[in-house]
Design a protein around this ligand. Sequence first.
Ligand code: NDP
Ligand code: TDO
Length: 282
Amino acid sequence: MKTILVTGATGQLGQCLQKHSKLYPDFSFLFCSSRELDITSKEQLESVFKSNKIDYCINAAAYTNVEQAEKEREKAFRVNADAAADIAEFCREFQAKLIHISTDYVFNGRKDEAYLETDEVDPINVYGASKLKGEEKIQEILKEFFILRTSWLYSEFGHNFYNTILKKAEEKAELNITTSQVGTPTNANDLAKYILQIINSGSAQYGIYHVSNEGEATWYDFAKEILDYSGKKEGVTLNKTGFYQTLAERPGYSVLSKKKTNRTFGPVQNWKISLHQLIDEN
Ligand SMILES: NC(=O)C1=CN([C@@H]2O[C@H](COP(=O)(O)OP(=O)(O)OC[C@H]3O[C@@H](n4cnc5c(N)ncnc54)[C@H](OP(=O)(O)O)[C@@H]3O)[C@@H](O)[C@H]2O)C=CC1
Ligand SMILES: Cc1cn([C@H]2C[C@H](O)[C@@H](COP(=O)(O)OP(=O)(O)O[C@H]3O[C@@H](C)C(=O)[C@@H](O)[C@H]3O)O2)c(=O)[nH]c1=O
């Protein structure tokens, strides 16, 4: 039986992994919240790796507050880079394979077609820089890793753009949503299912992969689709804006090419279809 450690287990992706883990009764999961396992503590990491024979570690723990990271650079790097490196060290020592999640924000957004895994990285905010450092350290330390770059995650769980829009719709708020970023909203349930499929396949095709839904959208397009499909647009004013004031700069274009991922592990569905599924289910 394969034993799978999941860090950050009560975060958005962590909760999606918990939900979909039920489909894998032959796997033994060790879900650890930040309270149960602080990944910045080498002692705590060592203790988990020593007392369990871990085959895979899914690192779903991260510092994800893009705005706050501009003010807490050190903390963002401690969690997203240093702790990721420590996890990689323990994976090497205890022969576990690492599945680490990274982001479209490692790119500067100046390209005008989908980013390949091999394209130049050049983050333009602190969060992106800290995630890139994590990627780099993992590759230096470990051979048996999958770094999965994803984008614009949303789900029924936790704090995300989808839940923010639904909440604002309940409040009948006036929404001003930016059209100045193009990317791909990705249902975290799809990512969770994809990760579990990779483990189940036993693949040894290690490396960096892009795993997001297919297609592209602006945040405005995403908000509009959420409101239209959920039938909650009544009384809500939705405005396009070319500029939404934020502390952190974000890439203008961050669609990820899935050519390599599709070839290796199979397709991921279109973002609109996946969004509709989530709304239908909830
Ligand atoms: N959300 C998004 O839009 C995107 C996310 N990603 C990446 O996907 C992954 C999952 O993101 P998502 O689930 O959305 O993020 P969340 O912020 O929902 O979850 C992150 C989890 O990490 C935990 N965590 C933070 N610091 C530590 C620590 N020191 N030790 C242990 N756990 C810690 C948090 O716990 P607590 O709440 O208790 O602090 C939280 O449960 C991350 O690697 C992220 O960088 C990539 C692209 C898009
Ligand atoms: C709430 C809101 C946001 N926006 C803008 C701000 C920003 O440019 C964009 C998205 O806002 P958010 O703060 O929800 O998203 P942001 O924190 O940028 O999301 C990112 O999170 C990290 C973790 C990732 O890895 C990325 O892939 C990406 O998903 O929408 C509006 O235009 N209007 C609004 O009312």
